[in-house]
Design a protein around this ligand. Structure first.
Ligand SMILES: CC(=O)N[C@H](C=O)[C@@H](O)[C@H](O)[C@H](O)COP(=O)(O)O
Length: 224
């Protein structure tokens, strides 16, 4: 089983393209992931079964896999079925919705985490939206806590950069699990600030791997 200590103080790069986008292709995702590893990514985060499988065979670093189904409510690896499929595709860590919301298959988060642990060697990263989510996810047996859904569930404001206040709050609770900062980390300084707020590791997605958005930032800055 994966030793999480290898990810302490590290950068994890999320490599995702969205439905209909030109880069939505497993071969492209694998090339982006390989490039991230060359740059220093200690792990990668990848969406979708084909991308997980392709990236798993293309890089040596741990793969965090998720399956987005839909785009609102509980959509990040929403059920145990989705989670086990991610593990089956090769994810070392399965990222799943770690909120307190009702799940589409009616299972609790604890039942879902137990199901992943019983059915695969994968660890579970709980994508949380608040400190209350993080507490519940720790109690449910998650292996890693992430702030992925902060600003997306209505419990926290959508901050411009990372939700440093939430990170510090969860870190202060000493839940005994690695706390991964994820969401709207757009600069190296924001990554550093997330570490200083108590993160164990940092996930960066858009600012490294989504050229359409990055291009838009520059284009907007130049507009008269
Ligand atoms: C809320 C949601 O759907 N987050 C997704 C989770 O996998 C991805 O769309 C994000 O890109 C990822 O969390 C990384 O965050 P950012 O791209 O802001 O660095």
């Amino acid at each position: 089983m994966l030793n999480l200590e290898t990810l302490r103080s590290s950068l994890i790069v999320s490599c995702q393209a969205y439905p209909g986008e030109p880069m939505r292709d497993p071969r492209t995702t694998a090339q982006v992931a390989q490039s991230a590893v060359i740059g220093g990514a200690a792990a990668v985060r990848v969406q979708g079964l084909s991308d997980i499988a392709r990236v798993r065979s293309a890089v040596e670093v741990p793969v965090i896999g998720l399956w987005k189904d839909g785009h609102d409510g509980v959509f990040i690896t929403p059920t145990l079925h989705h989670a086990l499929a991610c593990a089956g595709a090769g994810a070392h860590i399965v990222a799943l919705d770690g909120t307190r919301r009702e799940r589409p298959d009616g299972l609790t988060l604890a039942q879902t985490v137990a199901g992943v642990h019983e059915g695969s060697p994968a660890l579970v990263m709980a994508d949380c939206g608040s400190a209350a989510d993080a507490v519940a996810a720790a109690e449910a047996g998650a292996d890693i806590l992430g702030t992925t859904l902060a600003g997306y569930t209505g419990e926290r404001p959508k901050t411009d950069g990372p939700d440093l206040e939430l990170l510090a709050e969860i870190a202060s609770l000493d839940l005994g699990l690695p706390l991964v900062a994820e969401g709207r980390i757009h600069t190296p300084a924001q990554g550093r600030a997330a570490m200083d707020a108590g993160a164990f590791a940092v996930v960066v997605g858009t600012a490294i791997t989504h050229p359409a958005t990055i291009t838009g930032w520059f284009a907007d800055a130049l507009a008269p």
